[in-house]
Structure formats: C-alpha cells, structure tokens
Design a protein around this ligand. Structure first.
Ligand SMILES: Cc1cc2nc3c(=O)[nH]c(=O)nc-3n(C[C@H](O)[C@H](O)[C@H](O)COP(=O)(O)OP(=O)(O)OC[C@H]3O[C@@H](n4cnc5c(N)ncnc54)[C@H](O)[C@@H]3O)c2cc1C
Length: 362
C-alpha cells in the first residue's frame, strides 16, 4: 500500500518506519522544515518504566513493552541513552501511601525490579535526598530523543521512505476508494494514497476536523497543558532521576539528568488557552518550594528558565487522565485511516510498541 503519515515527530517517524518495514511505500508529510520540532523536542527525554498507568490501558501496555523495545533499539542503533534508574520519593505519611500505591500499580503492570526502600537506604543511594521512603525503579532511563528520531529517519529512508518537509496537510477526502490528501506550502497540491496515519500531535484534531466522512462528534477536545522546565547551573548532586508523587495533570516537578549528567527540573503544570512557549521566570517560586521538600540543599538563585513543552491532553484539570486514543477503521468505519489523539507522556517511551499496533490497523 501507499501510506501517508502526517507529522515527523517521534510518533510519525516511528509509525512510518514500522509501515516501511511491513513492506508499504511510505511518505511523511511534515509542516515544518525539519524532523522533531514539536512536542518530541520539548520533553524530559525519560524512558519511563511504566508504573503510573492503569493496567491494560494503552499507556500502561505500550509504555512497558515500548520501553523494552526502546532499550534494544538504542543498543542496536547506537542511540545515546543511559539506564540510570529513578526514585519516587515520599516526604510524609500521606505521600508514603501514594508511593506504595504506585509500587502496587507497577507490579500489576509487570514493571521489572521495583522495590520500596526506607529513608536510610535512599540516602545511601543519594546522599543529598531528604525523604521518608522511596520507590526504586532501576529500569527507568534517559535518551537522546533527537538521536532516536535521526535513527528512525535513517531506517525509514533505508527502506525507501521519504519525508516531505514544508508540507502542511490541509484536507483528507475519499476518491475512488483511496484517500486524496491536499497539502499547502510553496508547492501546494494533492496526492492519492491507500492509507493515512494522522500523527500530527497538537495538530491532530485540526486534521481530523478536515477529514471527509469523519464525524465531527468523534473529534476529541484538545486541552493544552504546558510543562515548564528550569535548568540548574551548579554541579549535579544526584545520579538518578528524582520524582515526587504525581500531581493533577503531571507526574510532578522532578529532577532529570541529561546524558552529560547535568540536572534540570520540571515539568510543572500550566493549563493554556492557546499555544505559548514562553517560560515565566516567576514560576521558579513554586519550583523552589517543591524541590526543597525532597532536596533541602537547593541553593537560592540556582534555577534559570529553560524551555517548555505542551501536552496534547484530552481532558482538563480535575478530571482523571485520559488514555492515548487510537481511532482506526474498527472505531470509525473508514478504511485505511488512523487518527492518533492525546499522545502525551509516555509517548516517547511507548513509540515502538504503539507503532506496531497502528500499522496493524492499516
Ligand atoms: C512536557 C512534556 C514532557 C514529556 N516527557 C516525556 C518523557 O520524559 N518520556 C516520554 O516517554 N514521553 C514524554 N512526553 C511525551 C512525548 O514527548 C510525546 O508523546 C511525543 O513527543 C509526541 O510525539 P508526536 O510525534 O505525537 O508529536 P510532535 O513531536 O509534536 O510531532 C507532530 C508533528 O506534526 C506536525 N504537524 C502538525 N500538523 C500538521 C499538518 N497539518 N501537516 C503536516 N504536519 C503537521 C508538527 O509540525 C510536528 O512536527 C512528554 C511530553 C511533554 C509535553
């Protein structure tokens, strides 16, 4: 089949690669002039182990399976990564109960190596840490997300796949049993293909709205939830990722490491009306307060506004977190069409496993 994938973020690239490996002829249409300019370059670059998500949910299933596949892929393709491990820390009795419930959820999801440790053992691992107890996740790691996307692009192109940059998809319509894809840009035009995967991230709902025959009531709401990051100029004091208990909308302002070992902090939760990528320096106040609850040694004036990403959520504040939404032919009845909605965290980790499911629907 001729398959068109919309979007060259991590999800579009990994799906295009999987479709090419399955023997399809693949073109990726990307509105920007490079790969990975959207959500995929504005995240924590963490390989999640998979303990936060309900058992059997798409996020739970693909995070655990995708994580195993991602470590293998990084090893075989030379993608920079490190299985550094992570601690989810409790700082009082109420948080201890929450951490224990994350442990139980992780065990139900089949996450390997999870273990509750007491404050003394946690401090033995990370002497700067202050906590009453913690969950140790040895399978959590970090990855060079851009290096991963470059490797996916390489695989795609090795199989004859192509990426058309500066090619915003404007309309999908049915013609002679195929999909006619109209695109804008300097060389606007249209092509006919057998199948379309909409992996447009924050643009997925807009594409779905302009899909002939796709019922408007099936297009889920797009709720924008920004996550801001602050960088830290000092010498790193932790060797593992340190997470507090999750909050409404996110998994808490955590300490992540990049592959050079530098520490950064975030993301927080800021609900937005429209896309906006400025990081307000005033938000640092909440960061100091939260981080000092588990790292009292965080010095004054140590945090600098860094960058932010926007989660493409399907529900707003106070509402239980929605799962990834895969709208394939079985759901909407239109052949050869898959819309992907709400692919927020852990989308990067889940990507290789998610792509296999998406391609199976074509
Ligand atoms: C703050 C934050 C932290 C996160 N941390 C992690 C983490 O640590 N670990 C993890 O596993 N996951 C994490 N995630 C989730 C992960 O980053 C996303 O799931 C993933 O990057 C989504 O990729 P995507 O390809 O769907 O979207 P994108 O990367 O945004 O790609 C979509 C692409 O589609 C293009 N596009 C849009 N509309 C059109 C159109 N009409 N025509 C053509 N092209 C179009 C855009 O230009 C863009 O390039 C995080 C997300 C956020 C926001």
């Amino acid at each position: 089949m001729q398959v068109l994938v919309i979007g060259a973020g991590v999800i579009g690239l990994v799906t295009a690669r999987a479709a090419a490996l399955a023997g399809h002829e693949v073109v990726v249409a990307e509105a920007a002039n490079a790969i990975g300019t959207g959500i995929s370059s504005r995240n924590s670059e963490v390989i999640h182990a998979g303990m936060y998500y309900p058992t059997g949910s798409l996020r739970g299933r693909h995070c655990v399976q995708g994580r195993r596949m991602l470590y293998d892929y990084c090893a075989s393709h030379g993608v920079p990564h490190r299985k550094c491990g992570k601690l989810i820390v409790a700082t009082d009795a109420a948080e201890q109960v929450k951490v224990e419930s994350i442990h139980a959820q992780g065990l139900r999801n089949g996450v390997e190596g999870l273990r509750m440790i007491d404050a003394a053992e946690a401090r033995g691992l990370e002497p700067a840490l202050s906590c009453t107890g913690a969950l140790l996740s040895p399978e959590t790691g970090i990855i060079d997300a851009h290096g991963y996307m470059l490797a996916l692009r390489g695989d795609l192109e090795d199989r004859g796949g192509r990426i058309a940059f500066n090619t915003p998809v404007e309309q999908l319509s049915r013609a002679d049993g195929r999909w006619r894809v109209a695109f804008g840009g300097k060389e606007a035009g249209s092509i006919a293909v057998d199948a379309v995967v909409n992996a447009a991230g924050l643009g997925a709902q807009a594409v779905a709205t302009r899909t002939e025959g796709y019922p408007a009531e099936r297009v889920p709401p797009l709720v924008l939830c920004k996550g801001n990051y602050f960088s830290y100029a000092g010498r790193p004091v932790f060797s593992r990722l340190i997470y507090p208990v999750p909050v409404d909308g996110g998994i808490g302002i955590h300490i992540t490491l990049d592959l050079a070992g530098r520490m950064r902090f975030g993301p927080d939760v800021e609900w937005l009306e429209r896309e906006d990528y400025a990081v307000d320096p005033k938000r640092a106040d909440a960061f100091y307060a939260r981080i000092r609850s588990y790292w009292p040694g965080l010095p004054d004036n140590a945090l600098m506004p860094a960058y932010c990403g926007i989660r493409p959520k399907l529900s707003g504040p106070g509402v239980p977190q929605q799962d990834f939404l895969i709208e394939g032919p079985l759901q909407h009845g239109l052949p050869g069409l898959v819309h992907l909605f709400g692919i927020e965290s852990p989308g990067l980790t889940s990507s290789l496993s998610l792509a296999e499911e998406v391609v199976s629907y074509l």
